[in-house]
Design a protein around this ligand. Sequence first.
Ligand code: ATP
Ligand code: MG
Length: 443
Amino acid sequence: MNSQPVKGTHDLIGLEAAKARMIEEVFRGMAELYGFKEARLPILEYTEVFARGTGESSDIVRKEMYTFLDKGERSVTMRPEFTAGLMRAIVSNKLYATEDLPLKLYYVGPAFRYERPQLGRYRQFNQFGIEAVGLDKAEADAEAILLALQAFAMLGFERLRLKVNTLGDAESRAAYRDALRAFFSERIDDMCADCHERLRLNPMRILDCKVEADQEIAKGAPRIKDYLSAASESRFYKTLSILNDFGVEYEIDENLVRGLDYYSEIVFEVHATSKDGTDYGALCGGGHYSGLIEQFGGPDLPGVGFAIGVERIAALMEKEGLFDELEDRLDVYVMPIGEEALEDAFAITTQIRCLGYSAETPFAAQKLGTLFKKATRRNARFALIVGEEELAKGVAQLKNLATAEQKEIKLASLEEELDAVLGEEEEHHCHCGEGECHCHEEE
Ligand code: ATP
Ligand code: MG
């Protein structure tokens, strides 16, 4: 039998899983700080949730979806992204009517795209993202960007590039599309097969083509800024001025159009290149959208959101040494000395766990040397040596495995003893991303 995972999928085990979880938890925590609530959504949706009647023309929908007929002959798709499913859920649950607006939701979980696997591109990967729905303001757009950047800063990133662009409102985009169609129609013979399709369905998508020769041609294309309505232009500059106020650096990238058709007004991506020059592409992509909820039969509510690629961020963090402090540690390795001590060692291990410290014990009597080797391999902080004679006296030896200091402790005061060496000091978590705030210092 084939023991390989499906092409483009990965097993994340132990520390690898912890890395992904760390990224997800930092973003989750940041989203909660900004007042977002979690939405847990189905992986499977009816295909029309993604391939909507209006003819979504993105590569994702045209080529990358895992779509199949279930046993009831219904066409279902494993989500390639979360936004469409979340909009469907907002309508299914009538959240627009029962909740205050803006509705602020975040999500995390696997997404599936049938892409050619390569660095930072998988068929099953994890996304975290946020959506703020029902408040059409430059401030809301800026807030989404600030949230993303603050989370990246918390993860330890220093050299990220924020790219922004505006796609304008419907009126701006219609004018721009006509201009692009006219421009590319004359040059399409030299462009890739996908671009032929894009020209027909949504010429803006050509700007997003990753074929180098096509990118070269696209450099001469009309620019969106010449087709923006006054309202879209002032909205874009309002958001940029908020970013300026917060000292956020950005670059305007007029070729940034994003992978899905529902975007309008501001769009953004966070890009990164590692110290050795490897380009990790977009770590995060998002923007403002409109018309999406309406397509599911809800009211016409706009929204803004972004999604991050957990694996891409993890790969870059690895390269940049940002996981160096992430360790798989055990608080206490309980060592039974002799058969007679096994039962008590098990009971003490359970007691330690009830106190909130991680603990393990072998279920067989072993030599002290073997036990210490195991404790080291397990990366334990302390060993608790439990011998038959000492048990009779109600004591055990607690050994700090880093310093080799050893102390006899009374089992009756196990809690106090462990708290003294393992208990956490009141921790202060700095969320400002600067790492030097003084709010925790006593006045
Ligand atoms: P790209 O332009 O790199 O194909 P995208 O525009 O298709 O990205 P989005 O739909 O915006 O990507 O998804 C949000 C984030 O998810 C991306 O910024 C990226 O970090 C990540 N991502 C997208 N596709 C994949 C994939 N196949 N494997 C791993 N991560 C991915
Ligand atoms: Mg893509």
